[in-house]
Design a protein around this ligand. Sequence first.
Ligand code: GLN
Length: 541
Amino acid sequence: MAGTKYIFVTGGVASSLGKGIISASTAKLLQARGYSTTIQKLDPYINVDPGTLNPYEHGECYVTEDGAETDLDLGHYERFSNVPTSQANNVTTGRIYQTVINKERRGDYLGETVQVIPHITDEIKRSIKILGDEGNYDFVITEIGGTVGDIESLPYIEAVRQMRFELGDDCIVIHLTLIPYLAAAQELKTKPTQHSVKMLLESGVQPQIIVCRTQKPLNENIKAKISLFCNVPVSSVIESIDAETIYDVPLLMREEKLDVEVLKKVGLPIGTYPDLSNWEAFLDRLKNPKKEVKVGLIGKYVELKDAYKSINESFIHAGAENECKVNVESIHSEGLKPENIKDKLKGLDGILVAPGFGERGIEGKITAINFAREQKIPFLGICLGMQCAVVEYARNVLNYKTAHTTEIDQKTKYPVIDLMEDQKKIDKKGGTMRLGSYPCTLTKGTKIYSIYKEENIAERHRHRYEFNNEFLDTYRDAGMIPAGINLQDNLVEIIELKDHPWFIGVQFHPEYRSTVAKPHPVFVGFIGACIKYHDQLHVAG
Ligand code: GLN
């Protein structure tokens, strides 16, 4: 490919301005103009990957096809662009240093003093260019985590400076910043933006485009002021007004001509107005639902906005597909007990039990599953949610009262969920699970087969424990059937119940693969079942 172009997205003034959404929207618009894109996130923390961070620290851990445990922004990239990401799309300071230190130990730098500049910055640049060198993309969009001015981001900003110096106009910087509105003065304020651009300039980086997050429209005066103080033409000052949903942002950026500005700067043809009609149709369905359902999301991190990000987004995609508003009620599993379950789960049209690790809240999850099974409420169990469904069935149908997963009770007489043999030998924590995409063969005639409408699927995993095949025949005879199997390792990947309208557990994470262009069939099917359940209840009165 003749010269991949590099776009960096930096953030100023405050965190959480939505660099990930701006990066993903830029990619979406460039794609719609016929350019191929990939998006990468550089995270300044020293963890090698976010896999060992708990969701309180960093929200959900997103898993790619090739099994990388990554930042949740990669989920946005995939949901917007419908292009899978990989390990190369998420780099942390920890990974950079680990690589450099390994090289030093190997003797690659013999005789040299190993330093931040050039060794760390070279490694940062290498991990950016690697995506361009593949030759598959017209644009590599790299989001720099953190906010300009953070000590830990400095080597990244220095790498950006060097790349601009080396590549000239083949490399541009979009700086996302905040224009606060001061109610007392009734004014939008540009000073924080001026300061954050100055801070970038101190590091030798002049942004080419400034995207301004704002609550109120920016008038021409404000744009002119930002232009003057920050050295960019007025047309490169882009307003990013608060939107009703993140999915509005590509359309808003199209109106603001963010893509046109990018193409002008890098000297590529602008072409025709981007056709986003499928995206608009999705938004139209999302904003004008014909029905409404209420789904319970049961987990132990429900108070955290980002802990189940991909699940919540999958509900949005599947809701739009069904032209149905999905109201998600987050329910803490810790508080669920047989004596309050009816009350706590009142009015739900479907129950999703979330993935998770460890003991906290697990009995509550099992209690909720028991309720969904007995009351014939649509149920979807994901990963730990599926494992809990297997435990619930053992205890209450097979009558193995003390059955458990060995993650919680290593000595249980009925280890219905158990560690895989090759997991038993591992003593490290990071990156040692069954991670990434694995094939699965669906059993014809099952509900899940009618949902996927194909026999061979591949889905992403992130777990250590598995369905214990010793108990397989007993389950099958009782009515819980293995509906999807990994034939290579003979692992049960999907269970469903024969005598229930919609009760499915999946060992993998369908939520990682749901996008606007392709809402995930399992979620679409689940919401369909919730609608049916809702309608039946209400017709029946
Ligand atoms: N803790 C379970 C396991 O390791 C489930 C993991 C998950 O839900 N992602 O197998």
